[in-house]
Design a protein around this ligand. Structure first.
Ligand SMILES: [Zn+2]
Length: 101
């Protein structure tokens, strides 16, 4: 499924380096998608979208013009499940589809 404007996805917040805060799944609304005319390099990279991230205490905007957010399909870490979707590991600053429950 390709992302489209208005869909709800998860954005992964950055944890703090010292581990005081873990990365977390946050609700986000897709505000922009990349156009059809991607360069060859853009087409090989994970799909980027613009997001409006809904944190519990405020909203943050990540427009494509400022780099957007790349997709991350997640890696399952069998040693230690995370607090994120499916116990998977996602990079901070990326988006993914919410886990189906
Ligand atoms: Zn998630």
């Amino acid at each position: 499924v390709k992302p489209s404007v208005g869909l709800i996805v998860h954005y992964v917040s950055y944890g703090t380096p010292g581990g005081e805060f873990n990365r977390e799944c946050r609700a986000a609304v897709v505000t922009e998608v990349q156009g059809e005319n991607l360069t060859a390099i853009q087409a090989m990279l994970p799909e980027k979208v613009g997001l409006a991230v809904l944190n519990p205490t405020g909203m943050f905007f990540h427009p494509l013009a400022a780099g957007g957010c790349p997709a991350d399909g997640g890696q399952v870490d069998h040693l230690q499940p995370t607090n994120m979707c499916g116990g998977a590991v996602f990079a901070g600053g990326t988006w993914h589809w919410p886990e189906k429950i």
